[in-house]
Ligand binder design. Structure first.
Ligand SMILES: Cc1ncc(COP(=O)(O)O)c(C=O)c1O
Length: 432
């Protein structure tokens, strides 16, 4: 090419959650049955959408309005409905104008970082959810900037690490929290959130809170929304229906901007996001029309509670199955539907293997593991030996070695089979 095509940040774009699928697809061709534990899609894991929700969508499909564009910011009645839902929490107050719809939160995340000054950095948790860390790092043409979540302290943020990084890096303009967290399943305690708000005040930062799992808590936990604790700090909450409803295929999420009036630059950032969406025209109309009808239905709360109870039960089964392995650091989870399981230091080495009965597959895996991190090695052997497809934690911007699983499998027999096999394979791998 006449000129360089890509900017340096492009190499920061990686999404192992989907990359591993390419390897699994190759194994499928050799006849391996894959157990998809890599992606947080409840539908793929046999979730059934209740008929009353389907009926709402069917009725909408009979209304011509569904087929048109909507306001650039999103359907007004839906934004009003969502604003009053946030206002009911009693924290900061918003109007429909503070809400902006996107085609899924993935769209919101990449748009937000894309418009930040490249030298202005957002610090986020590690292990990091790559949609945030990759998009932020790509914009900054730098590696992701992270604070440590501590596996030896319930995966809570290491506040000293966060404070030091904020204090000594003047480029930090915002702190990202993902609450409940992907990939750890941790729910931020209120005291820690209050501390983060104080830190933002002290250093004149804004806050970003990804709350896509806000309604997904269990085992006695409750996730505080940013609007409840933010006080007068500028902030953006990111919300959506991909996980909560669940309806990931709708590609529908939104942001709520808090305290826009408190900082002129922050207000301009929110306006820029509005303008960026205007250039695209608008986001998907049908799911927006469905939101007040579904979330406002008296059956919704009971339905969501039932799903949370079931996720809690699965989390306890997985704890019982895996927490006894002494070489693992295992934390029970309280929110979202993932668990990140860490191998203790020294548990993994480059000689460990699992039995693979097909010679061609064995040769393939030997090629794949050449030069990869120790947890990726385990993940590839697990995939080829058992078909269980998990994601290595080193791919979540972390120096820890481990893997992420989901708590989503609705089919009880399959859940038991998957996690009993996983436990036995970990044991065999460590002893090999
Ligand atoms: C923390 C977090 N934020 C955002 C997303 C993306 O959601 P959406 O389907 O709305 O793009 C995900 C998806 O897994 C997620 O885990």
């Amino acid at each position: 090419m006449r000129q360089k095509l890509l900017r340096d940040g492009a190499q920061e774009l990686s999404y192992e959650i989907r990359e591993i699928v390419k390897k699994a697809r190759i194994l499928e061709k050799y006849g391996t049955q894959i157990y998809w534990e890599n992606i947080g899609d409840p539908i793929q894991k046999n979730a059934k959408i209740p008929i009353w929700i389907k009926d709402i969508v069917v009725d909408l499909s009979k209304d011509d309005r569904t087929y048109g564009y909507c306001d650039s910011k999103g359907v007004l009645e839906t934004r009003e409905f969502l604003a009053s839902r946030t206002n009911e929490l009693g924290g900061t107050h918003i109007s429909a104008n503070d809400i902006l719809f996107f085609n899924g939160l993935g769209d919101a995340i990449s748009t937000l970082y894309n418009y930040l000054e490249p030298t202005s950095r957002v610090i986020g948790p590690s292990p990091a959810y790559s949609t945030h860390s990759s998009a932020e790092a790509a914009n900054a043409s730098n590696s992701p900037l992270t604070y440590r979540l501590d596996p030896d302290n319930h995966w809570y943020p290491d506040m000293e690490d966060l404070r030091n990084k904020v204090q000594y890096n003047p480029n930090v303009v915002a702190i990202l929290i993902i609450n409940p967290d992907n990939p750890t399943g941790m729910v931020y305690p209120k005291e820690i959130l209050d501390e983060i708000v104080q830190l933002a005040k002290e250093f004149n930062l804004f806050l970003i809170s990804d709350e896509i799992y806000n309604q997904i808590t269990y085992n006695g936990a409750r996730a505080y929304a940013l609007s409840e604790i933010i006080d007068d700090v500028p902030g953006i909450a990111m919300k959506g229906i991909s996980k909560e409803l669940p309806w990931p295929g709708a590609r529908c999420g939104w942001i709520e901007c808090y305290n826009r009036g408190k900082d002129e630059q922050f207000d301009r950032l929110c306006k820029t996001l509005d303008d960026a969406k205007m250039i695209e025209v608008c986001s998907t109309t049908l799911p927006q029309l469905a939101i007040p009808k579904i979330l406002g239905d008296p059956r919704y709360e009971e339905y969501r509670n039932e799903l949370n109870l079931k996720t809690g039960e699965r989390s306890r089964f997985i704890s019982e199955t895996l927490e006894e392995i002494p070489e693992l650091t295992f934390n029970p989870t309280y929110g979202a539907f993932y668990n990140t399981i860490v191998f203790k230091e020294g548990a993994l080495n480059h000689q460990q293997i699992l039995p693979i009965y097909n010679r061609d597959v064995e040769a393939l895996v030997e090629e794949w593991v050449d030069g990869v991190s120790l947890d990726t090695r385990f993940v590839y052997y697990l995939l080829a030996s058992t078909g269980i497809c998990v994601v290595p934690i080193s791919s979540f911007c972390s120096d820890l070695l481990g893997f992420r699983i989901t708590l989503l499998e609705e089919d009880e027999a399959l859940l038991k089979h998957t996690f009993n096999t996983l436990r036995d394979s970990i044991r065999n791998y460590l002893d090999s």
